[in-house]
Write a protein that binds this ligand. Sequence first.
Ligand SMILES: Nc1ncnc2c1ncn2[C@@H]1O[C@H](COP(=O)(O)OP(=O)(O)OP(=O)(O)O)[C@@H](O)[C@H]1O
Ligand SMILES: [Zn+2]
Length: 810
Amino acid sequence: MQAEIVIDKLYRGEPVRIALPDYLVRELSPGCMVMVTSSKGNKATYPAYILRLYQDNADIPETLVISDVLYDGVPVLSPSLLKLTAWMAEYYLTTPLDTITSALPAAVRTTVNDIVELSGFQLHGATPKIVNTSLRRSILKLIGQEKKLTVRQLEKRLGKKDLYRALSELEQAGHLTLQKKFSSTKPREKTAYRLSVPIPEKIELILHVAPRQLEAFKALATFNNTPTFPETLGISRDHLNALVKKGLAEKVQIELSSSFRSGFSEPPKPVETLSNAQQNALQTLSDAYKKQEFATFLLHGVTGSGKTLVYIEFLKQVIASGKTAIVLVPEIALTPQTAARFRHHFHDDITILHSAMSDHEKYDAWHNLRLGKTKIALGARSSVFAPLDNLGAIIVDEEHDGAYKQDRNPRYQGRDTAIMRAMFENALCVLGTATPSFESYHNALNGKYTLITLPERIDGAKMPEIKIIWMRENPKASRSISETLYQAIKTRLEKNEQVILLQNRRGFAGSVFCLDCGNTPSCKFCNIPLVYHSKEQHLRCHYCGFVTPFTDACNACASKNLLYKSSGTERIEEELNLLFPDELILRMDVDTTSSKDAHAKILKDFQDKKSKILLGTQMVAKGLDFPDVTLVGVLMADIGLNIPDFRASERLFSLLTQVSGRAGRSSKSGEVLLQVFNKDADIFASLLKGSYTSFFEQEMSTRKALHYPPFSKLVKFEFSSPDEKKAEEASASWADILRPALTSETGILLGPAPAGMAKLKGLYRYHVLVKLFSGKLSPAFLHQELNELSMSYRKEKLTISIDVDPQNLL
Ligand SMILES: Nc1ncnc2c1ncn2[C@@H]1O[C@H](COP(=O)(O)OP(=O)(O)OP(=O)(O)O)[C@@H](O)[C@H]1O
Ligand SMILES: [Zn+2]
């Protein structure tokens, strides 16, 4: 028998064949994780994954042997996850290894340690000859005491690095063994305490000389017989351990279930009965579900139409039928409300996968899903790989969101990967949003997906009224806030209602502009404007983090006549503080949400009405549902149109629709004020009408004329190097190689051109863009050609990346 495997760090992540000894054949199946050791040379050991097993007697050189089978031979990848990762490698033009490693949490695949053990035939007492240095002696002494240590532990205890030479000499002399071992993570345990039974009488007498222990005893007694952690008791471990020694208490190991809580709780809601539209949507889904065939649905429901409840009721049916499900959300920290609603309905049947979880928690979550202990996985993009068997449905909430695209290798689109997984699993895939991506809406119109619409808000709530404020004509209450917006905010505050304000920072930098010489300080590494931070009084690059002090004077001509070209959230917060001195302003942006539960805390404060004004970046536009919000203001609503990207207007339309949708979600009607500089921009007409379809139709004609997606498929090749000439040269050679492969029917090639951000983190970037009309690029051809190209530029540190269906073209 032979196996096709991919090995971490060998053969560029491409599959290789190895021979299998008979005794292993029984233990292995596709999807298993193993360790392989090279039988020649350095005998290094690597993690590897079995793709398939087959009968073949052809000779293959035995340079690699399987040295360990991990997880007792239980596959870490199910057959459909194997298919999915293979599809991804082919479609996204990357390697099987890259897609497999992205499908497994790091804690499952990377805990490899070098273990040092005393060898079996150690002569006790005798000091072996080889031990002629104090270092060697101390190594042997330590191992003698502890029997087994990792190299890292040894290095730490001895305070020395690079022990490998000493260790391998000691190994050769037969004193110890050095081994690579995979230490698979185990569920976390913690020590709890309880009283031993029977409880002796006259306990006061027994412990009268040890008042602290008596106190510990009494604390334990209040918890009856339930094992309790020291922190809960408020008693130190030492005193509890003393009780254990006296036989009065005992230790109990408790397996910690690390189910993530969203840190957000909703006030209890009355039981919700589905509206007619929701009922119809649910019916369509459950009819399709009964057929047990793969299908994709696009649930296009206006903001506040109750999509979440449709998902929940549908998933109840899926779970009741004995199957499992995955729910994808764009960024879990930004949508604690959604997570909390699912948790409320599914309790411990749901695992929430959060990026803030520790490796241990991630491992536990993965393990529980694989064992079927929990039936639903909810999380961001990578949850599409949740190791669930028997999958019935995948929900992709806010399917239009750019966060579904991974911006590092493998550059997969989580939504599209979800659809493929559903296909391999014969499951239903439901994409939901108020502003479908053009790709998805196009697919719904041409029948690839089934369209379900929820055209109205729940309980007859009205869509908010949207108005445009032209900044040139409107008097200003402060630098960035018009009189109209100011008055509108004031009215809401008087009525004890709430306000959400959005400052769109995408495509705009809160940079400094010199009114005398026109200079804007920019990052010397990235060539983009630096952003002014008033609190720290410095300028910061938002791409690479470069910081330079800000001196209140132009760095080119020393003039003090400066304009803060536009203002970031921080400055607007200052303006609001001046306009509304008695109000607490909640600010939500990258700077205020860096800690673990920061998002949830800000949103909770807003929900509890500790503040009536929530000001933030794009973050405030996502799925928030607060009934008292009656006004939404956007400070610079047309910023973002100026980005050199064909999706700029689609993105801005969906951002403005989403943020508008936060207003008037209950019986109180909502109003949206958009402050603009260019009132004639195309997108406002459809926005004022609240019509997604009219915007879609208008944009699609441009897309069609220019062959942009969904009328073509884009593949972006990026060449970056610290040497600009070389980056340009390499991209030009690549264009020459690729151009002959395209005909006027199959596609066109654009570039090479410097990227929109031509220099990032010290690297010059060049792009070659391919628009494919039909067919696809052959992965084998690409990889071979690109490998050759990168070999010839090895000295110039050239990096080449491929992005299929790129999300941004900057
Ligand atoms: N059948 C129902 N009866 C009463 N209230 C409902 C019902 N369905 C949903 N709701 C409530 O309506 C509000 C809006 O629902 P939800 O947040 O699911 O909207 P949505 O469609 O996801 O909107 P968005 O796209 O803006 O996030 C929520 O507060 C929800 O609890
Ligand atoms: Zn920079």
